[in-house]
Design a protein around this ligand. Structure first.
Ligand code: ATP
Ligand code: PRP
Ligand code: MG
Length: 282
């Protein structure tokens, strides 16, 4: 049975459960459940604090886990990323009151408040900056107002929390994060159960980012049309009852669907339709 760590709380937990559900796995019915078994898929899910997941996976007791890239790196645990999942995207940045510092070099002698001490200590050391780090559990934006630190290093998504606290970002992002699947460093990448799990999640990612496009076009326009909709392998082309016309079917990125429909129309394609993909195995 595959043993998988899943976030039990926070920004990662809802979207992770949703993705697992879409991939056909049973999920817990109420948020107090700490472990469930999905006998049909031969998987056991452990609902753990996102910050602890890399530690459990590195211990070898659990096969894989879903956590944030920033949490994985911050933990320093012996675990590695094997699949990015595209949700809980954020940057990790320094911030301070406007006009107090211009870049990380100015941090020398200052105190930085953060919940991600591992990332910050490594970043300061890498840049040879001698600053102190104070660990806080959350709501670190308030640390400056209350005089605990002059600078913070925190997760930034929309920037609303920084704006509300009257702070602005300093320097370039320290890292880009998103939810990721992790495993213990150096474990067997060929494990068929892990591979099947990853294929299912990849299927969800594809189903979320592609739509199926169908249209009719004249044979003379086929090469131009196919260049607009190359599909994953190659589009399906079927004859129509009307001579000189074909029907074409291909997967296209959903974000580009409207532009592709315009371009197809302009070269004479008609009856252009898109339909959602519910599940997929590439
Ligand atoms: N506003 C946000 N937007 C996107 N990702 C976020 C956001 N806040 C936190 N994350 C991501 O969530 C993960 C942290 O999860 P964690 O549950 O520890 O904190 P949280 O989401 O802030 O929840 P809580 O503060 O309730 O514990 C990190 O990978 C982080 O990058
Ligand atoms: O740029 P934004 O869109 O505002 O998002 C970033 C904020 O979201 C998270 O906070 P959360 O609400 O989880 O509180 P916390 O600081 O207690 O973790 C994070 O720690 C930032 O404070
Ligand atoms: Mg938080």
């Amino acid at each position: 049975m595959l043993r998988i760590a899943v976030p039990n709380k926070g920004s990662l937990s809802g979207p992770a459960a949703e993705m697992l559900h879409e991939a056909g796995y049973q999920q817990r019915r109420e948020s107090k459940e700490l472990r469930i078994v999905d006998p049909v898929n031969e998987v056991e899910f452990f609902y753990l604090r996102p910050r602890d997941i890399a530690i459990y996976v590195a211990s070898g007791q659990l096969d894989i886990g879903i956590t944030g890239r920033d949490l994985l790196i911050d933990s320093g645990a012996d675990a590695e990323e094997i699949l990015p999942l595209g949700f809980a995207r954020s940057t990790f940045r320094y911030a301070a009151k406007p006009g107090t510092i211009t870049g990380p070099a100015d941090l020398t002698g200052m105190t930085v408040a953060t919940s991600y001490e591992g990332i910050v200590a490594a970043h300061l050391a890498e840049h040879g900056i001698d600053a102190s780090v104070v660990h806080l559990d959350g709501a670190v934006e308030t640390a400056i107002q209350l005089g605990v630190a002059q600078v913070i290093a925190d997760v930034v998504e929309t920037g609303t929390s920084l704006r509300n606290a009257g702070l602005e970002v300093v320097g370039e992002p320290i890292m880009q994060s998103e939810a990721v699947v992790i495993r213990r460093t150096g474990t067997d990448g060929e494990d068929p159960k892990v591979q099947q799990f990853l294929r299912r999640l990849q299927g969800v990612l594809v189903a979320r980012t592609y739509v199926m496009m169908d249209y009719d076009c004249r044979v003379e326009q086929l090469e131009k049309a196919v260049a607009l909709t190359p599909g994953l392998e190659s589009p399906t082309v079927s004859p129509l009852h009307n001579e000189g016309w074909v029907a074409v079917r291909a997967m296209v990125p959903s974000k580009e669907a409207q532009r592709i429909m315009d371009d197809l129309y302009d070269i004479g394609a008609r009856a252009i339709l898109t339909t959602a993909i519910h599940a997929c195995r590439l």
